[in-house]
Write a protein that binds this ligand. Structure first.
Ligand code: ATP
Ligand code: MG
Length: 385
């Protein structure tokens, strides 16, 4: 017998004092701690205040019946072994008691040996049940840890791939600039071409600055979910400013930008710099990936406790095979790259992270050579306290 069984706490619930005392006299010398109760209520009180392993319950008592008591005890602690004491044992009674969760029953009158046998068997069962549960918990924990380990390994692999990608992306412009400078220093370039080479170098330097800015923002977003303090603002004001900032570029490309903004839009609680970054990235993409003379339509609507925003263009579109990866870090579709327009492929990854951190959704529809529409939502109830 294991030590946990030897030190077991046993509760005898019986209105007959003779049975209570008899059980106590028989069980105490075995090292069990025996508690007694004269009715169901008293028994339940002891169960709530003392850690009971096994209860011997008289079936016929004033107040709560023995059968009902089993369910009440198990509601509180399902692993307490309940043994019914009964003056008459019928099959019907046995079935009811077992159905209600009794482990076994003892028919009066019973001998000390009968009592010890049934109690010891009951305690063995409890010990096994608890041991099985403990092992199950350990197994579950081991499973959880192994899943966590796999997740961390996956993350580690992704991080290494990410660093490799960043290093590559950072190297390309600086290598180009260095080559241009070598050509100039070693006087391989005729003076009339100097300006062109310097302009090319400047373009690559700008590309690198923009990549670093993207990386910084991206890192900040990944590290702290809410970088900055959310403010309750009108996002259409930010949108108007952004459109203004792109005036020169739209004019140069002869693009027509229209914005449909209803009056009386409700405010949104969001980090101002982040929503600015969302508008800037989406509008900049629409401008970059639309051919001269194209049209860009921007809109905001209020529906179902959220704001639904869109940026639509009639530009080059996104090829089918690229659609799945469009929000991935550093991904750029072939048709975009072939336009020779600089980009790092981080813009949409940043936008997605911001929108999702803000409780919204982002998606797009696109047809090659017809255009693309990017949609995002922002919940409105986040502005309520
Ligand atoms: P940057 O990080 O400078 O924004 P990027 O514009 O290439 O660079 P994303 O904004 O992340 O990167 O966009 C990823 C890719 O998705 C683009 O390279 C392009 O292939 C495609 N894409 C995004 N917006 C559009 C659009 N409006 N029309 C067509 N393709 C688009
Ligand atoms: Mg972009």
């Amino acid at each position: 017998m294991t030590s946990s069984i030897e030190q077991a706490n046993i509760l005898v619930i019986d209105d007959e004092m003779g049975i209570r005392e008899g059980c106590k006299r028989a069980l105490s010398p075995q090292g069990y701690s025996v508690h007694t109760a004269a009715d169901g209520d008293e028994g339940l009180h002891i169960i709530r205040t003392t850690k009971i392993d096994l209860a011997l319950i008289d079936i016929m008592m004033p107040g709560i019946s023995g059968i009902d008591l089993i369910s009440r005890i198990h509601e509180y602690e399902p692993d307490i072994i309940c043994i019914i004491i009964t003056g008459y044992a019928t099959v019907e009674l046995a079935v009811t008691a077992i159905k209600r969760g009794a482990y076994d029953f003892l028919t009066k009158p019973f001998t000390m040996d009968d009592l010890l046998l049934i109690v010891n068997r009951g305690l063995e069962r409890r010990h096994l049940t608890l041991e099985t549960k403990r092992l199950q918990k350990i197994e579950e924990e081991a499973q959880r840890l192994s899943e966590e380990k796999a997740r961390l390994e996956e993350l580690d692999k992704a991080k290494i791939a990410f660093i490799r990608l960043i290093t590559h992306e950072l190297q390309a412009p600086i290598n180009a600039i260095s080559t241009y400078l070598d050509l100039l220093i070693n006087e391989y370039i005729p003076p009339e071409q100097h300006k062109e080479i310097l302009e090319r170098s400047q373009a690559r330097a700008k590309e690198q600055i923009s990549l670093i800015a993207d990386l910084l923002e991206y890192g900040r977003l990944k590290e702290i979910k809410t970088a900055g303090v959310p403010e309750t603002i009108q996002i259409e004001d930010i949108l108007r400013n952004c459109i203004d900032e792109f005036k020169t570029e739209t004019k140069e490309k002869n693009l027509e930008i229209t914005a449909e903004i209803p009056s009386n839009l409700p405010p949104v609680t969001i980090i101002t710099d982040q929503i600015k970054s969302v508008w800037t990235n989406l509008i900049s993409n629409a401008i970059k990936y639309t051919l001269p003379g194209g049209k860009i339509q921007i809109g905001i609507q209020e529906a179902n406790s959220e704001l639904k925003c869109h940026v639509r263009d009639d530009g080059i579109g996104i090829p089918e095979e690229a659609k799945e990866r469009i929000f991935s870090d550093f991904f750029r579709a072939k048709n975009a790259k072939s336009l020779n327009i600089p980009g790092t492929g981080l813009g949409l990854a940043i936008v997605k992270q911001i929108i999702e951190n803000s409780g919204g959704r982002i998606w797009f529809e696109s047809v090659v050579n017809k255009g693309s529409s990017f949609y995002f939502t922002l919940p409105l109830n986040n502005s309520k306290p």
